[in-house]
Ligand binder design. Structure first.
Ligand code: GDP
Ligand code: FE
Ligand code: FE
Ligand code: FE
Length: 186
């Protein structure tokens, strides 16, 4: 699928603000893919579609998680986590993207995963550092993202985990597992 078609499909699903975020993620993901020698076409499409399910109702997402045998554990955690695996499913069934690398990058974009590959890390980080993101510490991660991909993912995860602790929110096991896996291979 070409970029214009993908962007048009995603635009229908999102608010203007979320669409702008998506364009930022797309541009950042392509830059990172070029820097690290990863397929920039896959990075571009995964980034365009990463938040495809962001505005689906909780009811619809809950039903897909159950019917499609996704980890039941998701239902015990914040519904904000659901749009990533549900998005991967809908991007396949509604947008017709069959490339498993692209679908996996979408599936892992919120929590990460202990088995994430370079493409997954690029989409995860691009989501975190795209130019529209303003939170504390993001400039440090922006700089490191173009020097050491794993280190930048660890920094992003550390910030997210700290943020969740401060908000007294539960932390999804994959988030911690990703952090633990990457910090061991530093
Ligand atoms: P967005 O869709 O572009 O806003 O970004 P993400 O998909 O990366 O994240 C959506 C939300 O999930 C953010 O508010 C994160 O703080 C939150 N989040 C990420 N990891 C976890 C986690 O392990 N547990 C919980 N409860 N929330 C998380
Ligand atoms: Fe997201
Ligand atoms: Fe993210
Ligand atoms: Fe996003």
């Amino acid at each position: 699928m070409d970029r214009a078609k993908a962007l048009a499909l995603v635009k229908e699903q999102l608010t203007d603000k979320r669409y702008e975020h998506t364009v930022g993620v797309m541009e950042t993901a392509v830059q990172l893919a070029e820097k690290y020698g990863v397929d920039s076409r896959k990075a571009e499409l995964a980034a365009i579609f990463h938040d495809y399910a962001k505005f689906r109702s909780k009811e619809e997402m809950r039903k897909i998680i159950i019917d499609e045998n996704m980890p039941k554990q998701l239902l015990e955690y914040h519904s904000e986590l659901w749009h990533a695996p549900v998005g991967a499913y809908l991007v396949r069934t509604e947008a017709g993207i069959l490339d498993e690398d692209i679908l996996q990058a979408i599936r892992f974009h919120t929590t990460g995963n202990k088995d994430m590959n370079m493409l997954d890390k690029i989409v995860f980080l691009a989501d975190y550092i795209e130019p529209g993101r303003k939170f504390p510490g993001v400039d440090d991660v922006r700089k490191v993202a173009f020097e050491n991909l794993n280190e930048a993912v660890v920094m992003a995860l550390r910030n997210t985990i700290k943020f969740l602790l401060d908000k007294k929110q539960p932390i999804y096991p994959d988030t911690l597992e990703t952090y633990n896996t990457l910090i061991r291979c530093q």
